[in-house]
Design a protein around this ligand. Structure first.
Ligand SMILES: NC(=O)CC[C@H](N)C(=O)O
Length: 367
């Protein structure tokens, strides 16, 4: 194993709590909302998921980097987390098909990563005290200066971030001779969602976050899709208008995560910031229509108001999160629209929920 000189680094939480670790290489400072993901695999997919834009990621799995990085295992074209906090960072990796080390991959993306942090203590602290802003830095003797800068970082609540990760220009995905055409609103779309739609014989036109219903309609699609994405759904008024219009016209619509929240908001249901969110790949959900359980991949810090959803006679709750009974899926009664708070496209899995893509295609085909 090659010797590497590694500088001391720290994690400073907004409430003043400090955890120490070591930089994996790069020097510097990074800010964001601190959150944790419990998945034991899929670190590269997590780091490149646009929904994590603006967040400092704590990985609870003790080894990060052990299977290297692969050029195809990305959810977007760059790393989207603002920094990584982990326990053991593996500079040596072991996997025949890996195309580079995670160290190189993070370096090429200019991401600050710190390891040797007591991540169990940090995660339990977040679980007790809630998600909050934090800074990670190799500038360990400048705590007062870092605190001042940290105070300037906006809170995730109320923050619009979709515009930061959305495509600037529309683009196409899949085979143009496919059976179905779908217009997708990119408010932070993951590549694996596009792959799942294309695999089901769909050709997709992906639109920027501020596209109008008329823009999406001009593609003459058979169905509409609202993507996952970062930040608070509340400020996304344009996307909510798009959802409202699609629902009003009873056109086939499917929304995932941020897209699900936007659909709910468009129908007058409010969203709220959760204590510390759901991020991992073993979250239990119950499908209330079939009575079956699903193990799901989740990544969200906001949720929609359950009481308001139950009180709305036009909306049916179709899925519940079994850990805390939060709303995990809805459908609009008498409309061709449904959405889920979790990730049926999950890569590397689990794949229990991939039937939702089939359901969307069936809704399109019946229409
Ligand atoms: N994965 C997502 O789409 C996340 C949605 C939203 N940004 C949240 O944190 O709840």
């Amino acid at each position: 194993m090659k010797y590497k000189k590694r500088n001391k680094a720290l994690v400073l939480l907004a409430d003043g709590t400090i955890f120490y670790g070591k930089s994996i290489g790069k020097e510097g400072t990074a800010f964001g909302e601190v959150c944790f993901n419990t998945g034991a695999t899929g670190y590269q997919e997590i780091f490149t998921d646009p929904s994590y834009y603006g967040q400092l990621m704590v990985t609870t799995n003790v080894h990060i980097g052990n299977y290297g990085a692969h050029k195809d295992e990305v959810e977007s074209n760059s790393v989207k987390i603002s920094g990584l906090i982990c326990r053991n960072f593996c500079f040596e990796y072991s996997r025949a098909s890996a195309t580079e080390s995670l160290e190189n991959f993070l370096e090429a993306n200019n991401i600050l990563a710190i390891s040797d942090v007591d991540t169990r203590a940090l995660v339990s602290y977040i679980r007790d005290n809630g998600a909050m802003n934090a800074v990670i830095s190799t500038d360990i003797n400048n705590i007062e200066g870092l605190k001042k800068q940290l105070d300037e970082v906006p809170s995730m609540e109320g923050l619009e971030l979709a515009s930061q990760v959305s495509t600037k220009e529309p683009y196409y995905f899949g085979n143009e001779n496919a059976k179905y055409k779908i217009s997708a609103l990119d408010i932070g779309i993951k590549t694996n969602i596009l792959k799942n739609l294309a695999k089901r014989d769909a050709y997709i036109k992906v639109f920027p976050y501020n596209a109008s219903f008329e823009d999406l309609e001009a593609f003459k699609p058979d169905g509409y899709f609202l993507s996952n994405g970062p930040g608070d759904p509340e400020p996304l008024k344009e996307a909510q208008d798009v959802a409202k219009e699609i629902i009003k016209r009873d056109l086939p619509l499917f929304g995932i995560c941020l897209g699900h929240q936007v659909i709910a908001l468009s129908q007058g249901i409010s969203s709220y910031k959760m204590h510390h969110g759901h991020r991992g790949i073993n979250h239990p959900v119950k499908n209330l229509i079939t009575g079956k359980g699903e193990i799901t991949s989740q990544n969200h810090g906001f949720a929609i108001n359950r009481e308001e959803t139950e009180a709305n006679s036009d909306i049916e709750i179709t899925h519940l999160h079994l850990n805390d009974n939060t709303v995990a899926g809805i459908r609009i009664k008498d409309k061709n629209c449904f959405s889920v708070q979790y990730h049926p496209e999950a890569s590397p899995g689990p794949h229990d929920s991939s039937y939702l893509f089939d359901q969307f295609i069936e809704n399109i085909s019946k229409n």
